[in-house]
Design a protein around this ligand. Structure first.
Ligand code: S3P
Length: 473
C-alpha cells in the first residue's frame, strides 16, 4: 500500500513513485532481539570533573552552513552522535565534502548556496527530527527532489509544521498520512519569500524557513512570539548572511534574512551541550555526597532554563570561568548534592529547557514536596510522548506522578531513594533522553532501574555510559 499524499502542489508522477522503492519506515531498530537493556544501579557520591560532548543543535547547523559556504569550514568539538552523522551523510549526498579529520574535528567543503545536488537515494534521517526539518528547509528552495526516511520514532513525528510554510514558499510535498515520513520534497526555483508567524514555539520550524530563505530572492521574515533557541540566527550571521533581529515591546522577535545569501566558510568551536550536561547536573544534585564539575557547558539564555529551575528548587550550581566559545556563552558548572524542593514551574520558561523536562522530572521525584509542570504539549511530539512515557517510567520505579494533559505533577520523596524496578523494564520508546533520565533515576533507587534499550543514547550522547561509569562507584 502506498502512503497517502499531502501535496499542496501536485508532484510529478516520478516523484510520487519514489515511495515504491521503500514503502515504509525503517523499523529495524524496534526489533526486540536487537535491544540493549541495562540496569543502572544505586551509586555512591559522584565526584570529579567531566566534559560533555558538543552541542547537538550547533553541530547540525555547523555542518549544514559549512556545506553551503564555498571553501573549507573547520569544526572542532563536533558532536559525533548518530543524529549529527545523519546530517553529515545527507550533506554529502547533496554534494558537500564532510570529513572527520580528528577527534571531534571535522572539515567541510561546501558547494555554495543554490548549488546543492540532487541526492541519488533517500536521505535516511535515523532518529533525528532536527536533521529532517532543517534539511527540508534547505531542499525547499533548491531545484532538487529529495525523499526523507527515518526510524520508527521519527516516522511518527509531525512534519506538517514545516510542510506548511515551505509550501507557501513554493515547495511541493508528498507525505505519509498525517504529514509524516517517509516524505518527498520537491524544491522550488525560485522560491517565494514569505513572512511567517510561528504557530508553535519551535526552533526547528524557524530554522527550516530561514534556511529555505537562504536561496530565496528577497527578504524572508520569521515572526517568533515566544523566543526559542537562536543558534541558527547566531551562526547565519557568523557565516556572513544579512540577518537582522528586531525585538518588539512584548518580546516578539522579528527575524529578517536577505536572500540570496553568499556564505563565507568559518572556523567553529562547538560548546558543550547543556542538554547532555543536564543529566549530570541532576545526577550530582540527587546523589548524596556528590560534588561534580562539568566543564564547557553552553549557557545560551535560550537553552539555560534547566539551570534556573533547578536553582529555584534549591540546587547548588555555581558557574565558574564564564567565557565565549563559538559565539556562545559558556561556563564550567560546579554542582553539589542539594536538598531539592518541589515548585510550580513557570510554563514561560519551557522553550529554554524543552529537552530537559525528562531530567527535571527525575529531580522532582526526589525533591521534597510537589512539582507542578504545565504548558508542555510540545513534549508529546518529541522522540516519544515524553509526558506519558516519563509518567509510566517514573511510576514504574516507584515515584508518585500524575499525568495531566500538558504536564506532570510529581510528589517527591524528599530525598529518599526510589523503589526502582525489580522485575520490570522501563520502556524508552527509542528515546535517548528517556533512557538517560531513567539511568540517572537508577542512581538513587533501592533496586536499580532497568532500561529496556540503551542504544538510542548514541543519537545525542555516545559517551554517556562511559562518563557515568567513570564517576559512579
Ligand atoms: C532543536 C529544537 C527543539 C529541540 C530539538 C533540537 C533544534 O525542537 O527539541 O532537540 O536544534 O532546533 P523544536 O524546535 O521542535 O522545539
Amino acid at each position: 500500500r502506498r502512503a497517502p499524499c499531502h501535496s499542496p502542489r501536485p508532484l510529478s508522477k516520478a516523484a510520487r513513485n519514489c515511495f515504491s522503492t521503500r514503502e515504509s519506515a525503517d523499523v529495524s531498530n524496534a526489533d526486540p532481539a536487537a535491544m540493549k537493556p541495562r540496569r543502572f544501579m544505586p551509586s555512591g557520591p559522584l565526584r570529579g570533573t567531566i566534559r560533555v560532548p558538543g552541542d547537538k543543535s550547533i553541530s547540525h547547523r555547523s555542518i549544514m552552513l559549512g556545506a553551503l559556504a564555498v571553501g573549507e569550514t573547520r569544526v572542532t568539538g563536533l558532536l559525533e552522535g548518530e543524529d549529527v552523522l545523519s546530517t553529515a551523510a545527507a550533506m554529502r549526498a547533496m554534494g558537500a565534502s564532510v570529513e572527520r579529520i580528528g577527534d571531534s574535528e571535522w572539515s567541510v567543503h561546501g558547494v555554495g548556496v543554490g548549488a546543492l545536488l540532487q541526492p541519488q537515494a533517500p536521505l535516511d534521517m535515523g532518529n533525528s527530527g532536527t536533521s529532517t526539518r532543517l534539511l527540508m528547509g534547505l531542499v525547499a528552495s533548491h531545484p532538487i527532489t529529495a525523499q526523507f526516511i527515518g526510524d520508527a520514532s521519527l516516522s511518527k513525528r509531525p512534519m506538517g509544521r514545516v510542510i506548511e510554510p515551505l509550501s507557501q514558499m513554493g515547495a511541493a510535498f508528498a507525505a505519509s498520512e498525517g504529514g509524516r515520513l517517509p516524505l518527498t520534497v520537491r524544491g522550488a526555483l525560485p522560491a517565494v519569500p514569505i513572512t511567517y508567524r510561528l504557530p508553535v514555539a519551535s526552533a526547528q520550524v524557524k530554522s527550516a524557513v530561514l534556511l529555505a530563505g537562504l536561496n530565496t530572492p528577497g527578504i524572508t521574515t520569521v515572526i517568533e512570539p515566544v523566543p526559542t533557541r537562536d543558534h541558527s540566527e547566531r551562526m547565519l550571521r557568523g557565516f556572513g548572511a544579512d540577518l537582522s533581529v528586531a525585538v518588539e515591546a512584548d518580546g516578539t522577535r522579528v527575524i529578517r534574512l536577505v536572500g540570496e545569501a553568499e556564505l563565507k566558510p568559518q572556523t567553529i568551536e562547538v560548546p558543550g551541550d547543556p542538554s547532555s550536561a543536564a543529566f549530570f547536573i541532576v545526577a550530582a544534585l540527587i546523589v548524596p555526597g556528590s560534588e561534580l564539575t562539568i566543564q564547557n557547558v553552553g549557557l545560551n539564555p535560550t537553552r539555560a532554563g534547566i539551570v534556573e529551575v533547578l536553582r529555584q528548587m534549591g540546587g547548588d550550581i555555581t558557574e565558574v570561568n564564564r567565557r565565549e566559545v563559538g559565539g556562545e556563552p559558556v561556563a564550567d558548572l560546579v554542582v553539589r548534592h542539594s536538598a531539592l524542593k518541589g515548585i510550580p514551574v513557570d510554563p514561560a520558561i519551557a522553550p529554554s529547557m524543552i529537552d530537559e523536562f525528562p531530567a527535571l522530572f527525575v529531580a522532582a521525584s526526589l525533591a521534597e514536596g510537589t512539582t507542578i509542570t504545565t504548558g508542555l504539549e510540545e513534549l508529546r511530539v518529541k522522540e516519544s510522548d515524553r509526558i506519558s512515557v516519563m509518567a509510566a517510567a517514573l511510576s514504574g520505579a516507584g515515584a508518585r506522578v500524575t499525568e495531566t494533559e500538558d504536564g506532570l505533577t510529581i510528589e517527591g520523596t524528599g530525598g529518599e531513594a526510589l523503589r526502582g524496578t525489580s522485575n520490570s523494564r522501563t520502556k524508552t520508546h527509542l528515546d535517548h533522553r528517556i533512557a538517560m533520565s531513567m539511568a540517572i533515576a537508577g542512581l538513587v533507587s533501592r533496586d536499580g532501574v532497568e532500561v529496556d534499550d540503551t542504544r538510542p543514547i548514541a543519537t545525542s550522547f555516545p559517551v554517556f555510559e562511559a562518563l557515568l561509569d567513570g564517576l559512579a562507584q
